[in-house]
Design a protein around this ligand. Structure first.
Ligand SMILES: *Cc1c(COP(=O)(O)O)cnc(C)c1O
Length: 233
């Protein structure tokens, strides 16, 4: 199966999940997670129509995407991994969105470096707050208190823009557990929306991977991060 075939199959499954749940396909972004993938495979995904890509390491992303982006304008590159303090400076100059803001110290570092960044457009850097919904994931906010505190910090910073939440569901094929995790994220989004009104701040729900993206669509995901099912693995 080629990458294009895989993407076609996934699109079909997304479309069916949309029908089942009364959702619109255009409200959902299908991101290809390209960590460990070579440039050739990434180009195949681009040629099949994907424009949004996710990487989990800053150096790996730079090595692959610096040139790629010059040749493929319209590429959107998101950071989805665990971001170390000493990589924040390069990350804010490279990525179109940091999806994995998972602790206060990282938020502070992002505030500092995004203020220094001075993007050509001068527009703020979009970020998502990562919430922990699965016990085996090591990252993500656990409690609402810290999440509220960090949200307040970021909303007070004009060089960052909160767009919503991200989560990794538990590694299981227990459908009920997966649904519960996604619903938890929707609920947390509701709490944030109530406390910090502003529709555009909470529009994005990044949830759903190769093993659970249909359930994620049914539960309200707006951004699917799919690696293995795209590239085969
Ligand atoms: C690797 C990764 C994915 C993609 O996982 P697959 O199961 O390969 O689709 C999604 N999100 C994050 C944060 C990842 O690290």
């Amino acid at each position: 199966m080629s990458v294009a075939d895989n993407i076609g199959k996934i699109e079909e499954r997304i479309a069916n999940a949309c029908i089942r749940s009364g959702r619109k396909r255009e409200d959902i972004t299908f991101m290809a997670v390209t960590k460990f993938q070579e440039l050739g495979a990434i180009k195949e995904a681009w040629n099949a129509g994907l424009r949004c890509f996710g990487e989990s390491r800053v150096q790996e992303a730079a090595a692959k995407f610096d040139g790629f982006r010059d040749e493929h304008p319209g590429t959107e590159l998101h950071f989805i991994g665990s971001l170390q303090r000493n990589k924040v400076k390069s990350a804010v100059s490279m990525f179109d969105c940091i999806q994995s803001v998972d602790r206060e110290s990282l938020a502070l570092e992002l505030i500092k470096h995004s203020e220094e960044r001075g993007s050509p457009s001068g527009s703020p850097l979009p970020i998502l707050l990562e919430f922990r919904t699965g016990e085996d994931s090591k990252s993500g906010f656990i409690g609402l208190d810290e999440l509220f505190r960090v949200t307040e910090l970021i909303l007070g910073c004009s060089s960052l823009e909160v767009r919503g939440l991200m989560t990794m569901a538990p590694f299981t094929d227990d459908e009920a557990a997966l649904r519960a995790a996604f619903r938890r994220l929707v609920k947390v989004r509701g709490e944030l929306e109530q406390r910090f009104p502003g529709k555009e701040n909470w529009a994005c729900l990044s949830m759903g991977m190769s093993g659970d993206f249909e359930i994620a669509v049914e539960e309200g995901s707006t951004l699917l991060r799919i690696g293995g099912a795209v590239f085969g693995g």
